[in-house]
Design a protein around this ligand. Sequence first.
Ligand code: SAH
Length: 254
Amino acid sequence: MIKIRTKKKLGQHFLNNDDVAKKIISYHSNRKNVLEIGPGIGALTKFLVDEVDNLLLIEIDKDCILFLKKKYKHLNIIEDDVLNIEFNTLFNKNLSIISNLPYNISSQVFFKILENRDSIDEFTFLIQKEVAQRVCSESGNKTYGILSVLLQTYFDLENIFEIEPDKFNPPPKVFSSVVKGVRNSTKNIGVPFKLFKNTVKLAFQNRRKTLRNSLKALNLPKTFTSNSIFSKRAEQLDVKDFIWLSNEIKKNEP
Ligand code: SAH
């Protein structure tokens, strides 16, 4: 038996409860072409191996990789940092992703998912409770932000259930939640993703400013910025408003 010392800097909090692991997996619909990020010592993996066709793991920690390779001889493991990987190159087909995500990289993984959105059918993630609330938050809320808008544009999101710290070893300082996203039918929003992302980012850079102020750097014509939407703050705009705004910005580009 290999003994694994948990490494804080890799966000290692190993799930120690089989019922919770099974419950998380039960919410993930896809049973084919599944990527698991950060399998650790296999809390989710041990159930996924029997249920999933074409399971692929990506793990950065050498000790965990050794442990997994010993226990599961036939598993495919990518030994790398998930942030070095483009999800759309892993399978010839679309994939889905499941993970008890290292909390320190959850936002970066979400941005990666957005870049690869047309290859990803579904994701089920265990993340910090506050992050789960933020990504699922709707306009008008203080927690509504950049990732809420961008993810909700392309995925139907659901904040499914909460998990207490004592279900992990070592226990994290915060509560966790399981969030699920299912790719919706939105394909083309009329502008490149980069323009959309930059618009949303700029709008939220200072939440208290009206759009007229926060988008000043874009030098939009007065005829456009006199529209009443510019008197609103970013958190008052829903996903459709942001898509409309980005399309108008594209039209008004100097
Ligand atoms: N799935 C396991 C472990 C979760 S802890 C469980 O539920 O018990 C997070 C895991 O992600 C750890 O195994 C850690 O080594 C791994 N990890 C951390 N950063 C990573 C990265 N950048 N790329 C891939 N794996 C990473």
